[in-house]
Design a protein around this ligand. Structure first.
Ligand SMILES: NC(=O)c1ccc[n+]([C@@H]2O[C@H](COP(=O)([O-])OP(=O)(O)OC[C@H]3O[C@@H](n4cnc5c(N)ncnc54)[C@H](OP(=O)(O)O)[C@@H]3O)[C@@H](O)[C@H]2O)c1
Length: 359
């Protein structure tokens, strides 16, 4: 496909933190196999100076560069923006989505999409009413390596029937040392490992136990424990249990340690004929998987080259969906966002982590 026939999308970003920096860098990356053309039209930040410094650091090569605004309002209302990317803390997602939707913009909102399932449903209802595209930016689901793994597990059935999954995301975040208003510490912002990183471990459990999220009706039972620091969790273990088949996923997170080394095995998928290990810098960003037979032999290793961070795969998919007139993604549909948030709600109910909006 020539670059002129690719779908094209004009992005406006709100928030210029870590993930927004990776996202713009990836949007601006020159890629031979790009499936869409991305234009970074607008950046909204708490101050113009911060927004300008962000542009200078992450996308200095763009000419013309994006318009930079103090605050987010101008981004929602900019006539040269098709879609708003929300890279703010969890506690703001609902409101920022609603502002963008009200202005008639499509939305790609970072994970966790909202603080709870109730908030997510409110946003999706508003999007439905307005007729705009909205998706949770669960970028891992869009990695070609993940699609390949899904095929190997569910179509090729390379390890037979999957009966158990382990998945972990661990970081050493030294929560005690952070300012009280850090998004990793402030419960009003949705702090805690559950929404921040356990959501990835749970995603791996679901990806490996559900052959098809569009039709898979079974809702796993949740058993959860959390280690709390005040109202937030600094470690969570969430067990997904599928009563009809007895399958388990043991999904864990902690803010208290990081595995050694750059590349690590973060997931193990066990089946009746063998097992698979998945590795990467973290569960959000897989780089390879290896398929073993039951005795641990006959290893087949799969990997997909990944320039940049790997956020362009979700951005390309969003551009293709919008160009085709679709209002939601088949890879990360709205119903899946709500299903996951309902699991997170239940994990907090059992584990004890609380947000002020729970009151
Ligand atoms: N960090 C990651 O590796 C990663 C990966 C995937 C997804 N995510 C998700 O992306 C979202 C943002 O995470 P992040 O790590 O990028 O956070 P971050 O570095 O703290 O950035 C968040 C940005 O949101 C804006 N903001 C507005 N009000 C804020 C407030 N009261 N406190 C803090 N920031 C505020 C700020 O941008 P301005 O000052 O420019 O307005 C800030 O830079 C979260 O939903 C997270 O789960 C993060």
């Amino acid at each position: 496909m020539s670059s002129s026939s690719l779908p094209s999308l004009r992005w406006g970003l709100v928030g210029t933190g870590q993930i927004s920096s990776w996202f713009v860098a990836d949007l601006a990356l020159v890629r031979p196999n790009a499936k869409a053309k991305h234009i970074i039209a607008a950046i909204g930040s708490s101050s113009k100076e911060k927004g300008e410094a962000f542009v200078k650091r992450w996308i200095p090569q763009l000419s013309p560069g994006p318009k930079v605004y103090a605050g987010y309002d101008a981004v929602y209302h900019a006539s040269d923006v098709d879609i708003v990317y929300i890279g703010t803390p969890h506690g703001f997602h609902k409101q920022h989505c609603l502002y963008a939707i009200e202005a008639g913009k499509h939305v790609l909102c970072e994970k966790a999409f909202a603080l709870n399932a109730r908030e997510a449903k409110e946003v999706f209802a508003a999007a439905q009413k307005k007729g705009v595209f909205v998706m949770e930016a669960m970028w891992t689901r869009f990695f070609p390596l993940v699609h390949q793994l899904h095929r190997v597990v569910h179509e090729e059935k390379a390890i037979g029937d999957v009966h158990r999954v382990f998945a972990d995301l661990s970081l050493d975040q030294n929560i005690a040392s952070l300012d009280a208003d850090s998004r990793l510490k402030n419960p009003a912002l949705g702090a805690g490992t559950l929404l921040d990183i356990c959501i990835y471990s749970i995603t791996w459990g679901l990806l490996m136990l559900d052959a098809d999220i569009a039709t898979e009706a079974e809702r796993p039972d949740i058993k959860a424990v959390q280690t709390l620091s005040g109202p937030i969790d600094v470690a969570s273990t969430v067990l997904l249990f599928y009563p009809s088949t007895g399958r388990h996923a043991i999904c864990t997170s902690t803010a208290m340690c990081k595995h050694s080394g750059e590349i690590d095995v973060f997931a193990r998928i066990e089946g009746t004929l063998g097992y698979i290990t998945v590795e990467g810098v973290s569960a959000s960003c897989p780089t390879a998987f290896t398929v073993y037979d039951k005795a641990g032999g006959s290893a087949r290793r799969f990997t997909v080259p990944k320039p940049g961070f790997g956020l362009y795969w979700e951005a390309d998919a969003v551009a293709q969906d919008i160009a085709a007139g679709r209002m939601e993604s088949a890879v990360m549909p709205r119903v899946e966002t709500v299903r996951v948030l309902e699991m997170l709600d239940e994990a907090r109910r059992q584990g004890g982590a609380q947000f002020p909006i729970d009151d």
